[in-house]
Design a binder for this molecule. Structure first.
Ligand SMILES: NC(=O)C1=CN([C@@H]2O[C@H](COP(=O)(O)OP(=O)(O)OC[C@H]3O[C@@H](n4cnc5c(N)ncnc54)[C@H](O)[C@@H]3O)[C@@H](O)[C@H]2O)C=CC1
Ligand SMILES: O=C(O)[C@@H]1CCC=N1
Length: 284
């Protein structure tokens, strides 16, 4: 097989410089403690619709802002537009994407099969679901290979996403559920923290104090969950003294159906991910 010499394998293009595109960009350019950044700004081109975003990304990160034709000069192309915009991007990329490209999509609900149908040149496709903690190198990303992606492509996608956090490989059939759990997951924790800070205000605490108490409590709880290896039930029981304060609160959470609400919410997010995929029709 001949390699297209116009493609620079070590270069990266990001199509869609919005929230997740920027989170990935910033992580990939950041120098980790004692290490090397995954990419240098001169090796990255960003394709972005909005002029204000283009200026911001170029000034803040020193990357080239280009069009889809420039993006096709990079060996790895990350698609980070909304699922509703995916068909437009695929139509622009279709004449340019070849078997020498790796296309990494983070779009919720859009399957590797849809991406492959939209890109008949046969690039390797890896579908990913990262999350915004990529901004602080704490992303959780799940990845799945498309039909033309082999182990080397999966490895490249994995290394890309490992620059901003942890990566797991999953069967693509699980990616809508992953999207609902970890893709959207940070929002659920932020929502909870917001509500707990409001509770502090109700109890008469200053907002800054309530925020400090809750944010550090969230960090402490998260590190315990990650580092102790104990089940969340065990950790919760250790806080819940007989006849004490915590059980009074837990009873209210159960009366108000918070557990069932979370399960229903995450199921709704999974259903929406499936629906977003159905709405896209890359083959026209
Ligand atoms: N925000 C999040 O936490 C996560 C988002 N995702 C996925 O990432 C994708 C982007 O989401 P966000 O960053 O939240 O959205 P966003 O709206 O912040 O960013 C999308 C960007 O794409 C640009 N864009 C749209 N059409 C374009 C085109 N044809 N060419 C170039 N740029 C174009 C928009 O101007 C915008 O800046 C979605 O598919 C979403 O499902 C995945 C994981 C987490
Ligand atoms: O809300 C969304 O659709 C995207 C996908 C996962 C997180 N944000």
């Amino acid at each position: 097989m001949t390699i297209d010499s116009t493609i620079e394998k070590d270069k990266l293009a990001i199509v869609g410089g919005g929230k997740i595109g920027e989170a990935l960009l910033s992580g990939l350019l950041r120098t980790p403690a004692g290490g090397q950044p995954r990419y240098r700004p001169e090796d990255v081109v960003v394709v972005e619709h909005y002029p204000d975003r283009r200026s911001y990304l170029s000034e803040r990160y020193g990357v080239e802002i280009g069009d889809v034709a420039r993006a096709a000069g990079a060996g790895t192309i990350v698609i980070a537009v909304k699922p509703q915009d995916i068909d437009t991007v695929l139509a622009e990329l279709a004449p340019l994407a070849t078997a020498d490209h790796l296309v990494v999509s983070v779009a919720a609900g859009i399957t590797t099969n849809q991406l492959e149908r939209g890109l008949p040149g046969g690039p390797a496709v890896v579908r990913c679901m990262p999350n915004t903690p990529a901004l602080v190198d704490q992303a959780m990303t799940a990845i799945s290979a498309g039909a033309h992606a082999d182990e080397s492509h999966l490895q490249r996608a994995q290394e890309l996403l490992e620059a901003v956090g942890r990566v797991v490989r999953v069967p693509e059939s699980q990616l809508d559920a992953v999207t609902a759990l970890s893709g959207s997951g940070p929002a659920y924790f932020f929502f909870l923290v917001e509500a707990m800070i409001d509770a502090g205000i109700l109890l008469g605490l200053p907002r800054t104090l309530a925020a400090e108490l809750i944010v550090q409590t969230a960090v402490g709880a998260a590190v315990m969950l990650r580092d102790t290896g104990e089940h969340p039930v065990q950790l919760r029981e250790a806080v819940t003294s007989p006849g004490g304060t915590t059980i009074s609160a837990i009873r209210e959470l159960e009366i108000h159906g918070v557990r069932a609400a979370l399960i229903a919410a995450i199921e709704a997010a999974r259903d929406r991910s499936v629906e977003l995929g159905r709405a896209s029709n890359p083959s026209g």
